[in-house]
Write a protein that binds this ligand. Structure first.
Ligand code: 3HC
Length: 330
């Protein structure tokens, strides 16, 4: 049932006059900066749109463990291994906070996993690209977590209380992730010629996919208008993409690396960089399931789900036994 709801959540934005009194009062609470809590009345569309966004966000955290988990056994030093391990564990924690936030809206975790596993719900396009070298661990931390923070810091002020509160802790941890990625890039960029080449190659491969993380251009975005009216999103996709480029281009220069975009140029008048758009055909192809790693990622998630069946059954049996013992004692 939720698959259908989630799919139908993109709609035009009603004016206050077009709303019925209950919807109008709700919108006025949002406009006044109130937080909406799980037991409050909310329009169906608000609930559906939140389930869609928080669910996709949670799935991204969980699937996002895969490209980095791939390098834990091959980290170059014990220290790097411990840091990477902690980062990948953090991502699992982020997924759990977000699934909890989604559950407060009336969807179950099993329903969310089912929609991930059967392809009805998306996760971030970025995790469908492979991590080929150790420098990719640097580029993922620096660029991917950097893009994630750019998008998620404003979400700490989102209108739905449980989502906003989850984002506060997540953002603190993502900042550490971004710093550790930049630190790897610094080491590589200042290392041997071969290491510098690896760092440049990682930047070349991750630059445009990172820009795609912010979603399609504002003209193509289906949900932005309504999500922003409801403060489910605080900025448009293009606004955040621009901020990310403005922040990241000088960092690349500091590293002595070249952003793979010949059109990248500071524009004094606009007070920001001009830059090339990603290949949107590639983006839509990846989110349709045709990226380089989509099949591998979903297979890994389905395998984890199947192999975890006995754990779920054991936990439920244990809870049932405890409940029966409590009843018998009463
Ligand atoms: N990857 C996959 N799908 C994407 C996407 C992306 N990068 N960007 C957009 N889409 C999808 C949308 O989900 C939507 O599809 P749907 O209707 O089937 O759900 C469609 O493309 C149209 O895009 P819209 O702009 O209309 O969608 P949104 O308004 O939802 O904007 C978003 C997209 C900016 C990603 C927004 O959902 C958002 O801010 N989400 C919360 C943050 C999030 O999910 N981040 C994931 C990043 S990874 C991460 O956090 C892990 C960390 O450890 C690195």
């Amino acid at each position: 049932m939720y698959a259908q709801l989630v799919k139908s959540s993109g709609k035009g934005v009603k004016s206050l006059e077009e709303m019925d009194p209950q919807e109008r009062a709700f919108q006025q609470r949002i406009d006044a900066g109130d937080k909406i809590e799980p037991k409050d009345w909310m329009p169906d569309g608000y609930r559906k749109n939140l389930i869609r966004q928080i669910g996709q966000h949670a799935h991204s955290e969980i699937v996002g463990q895969l490209p980095e988990g791939n390098w834990i056994t091959r980290a170059p030093t014990l220290e790097r291994k411990a840091i990477l391990l902690a980062k990948v564990q953090d991502e699992a924690g982020h997924g759990l906070y977000l699934y909890c936030a989604a559950e407060t809206l009336g969807v179950t975790r099993d329903e969310l996993f089912e929609m991930l596993n059967n392809g009805k719900m998306k996760y971030s396009s970025i995790f469908n690209y492979p991590t080929l070298t150790w420098a990719d661990m640097g580029a993922v931390g620096w660029l991917v977590d950097g893009a994630a923070i750019m998008n998620q810091v404003p979400l700490q002020r989102t209108s739905y209380g449980p989502y906003a509160r989850a984002m506060i802790r997540i953002c603190k941890e993502e900042s550490f992730h971004q710093r550790q990625g930049f630190d790897i890039m610094m080491k590589m960029a200042n290392g041997s010629e071969a290491q510098k080449k690896m760092a440049q190659d990682a930047l070349n491969r991750f630059w445009f996919p990172s820009l795609m993380m912010f979603g399609p251009s504002d003209k193509e975005s289906v949900h932005s208008a309504q999500s922003m009216a409801w403060k489910i999103k605080m900025n448009t996709n293009d606004e955040l993409r621009q901020k990310f480029v403005d922040q990241t281009a000088p960092q690349a220069e500091y590293l002595g690396l070249t952003v793979p975009d010949e059109t990248l140029r500071w524009n004094e008048e606009k007070g920001g960089y001009d830059f090339a758009e990603p290949d949107w055909n590639e983006f839509f192809d990846v989110i349709k399931g045709n990226g380089p790693c989509n099949t591998d990622r979903l297979n890994a998630r389905r395998k984890a789900w199947d192999e975890g069946a006995w754990v779920r059954e054991a936990m439920l049996a244990h809870a049932e036994k405890k409940r029966a013992a409590k009843l018998a004692a009463e």
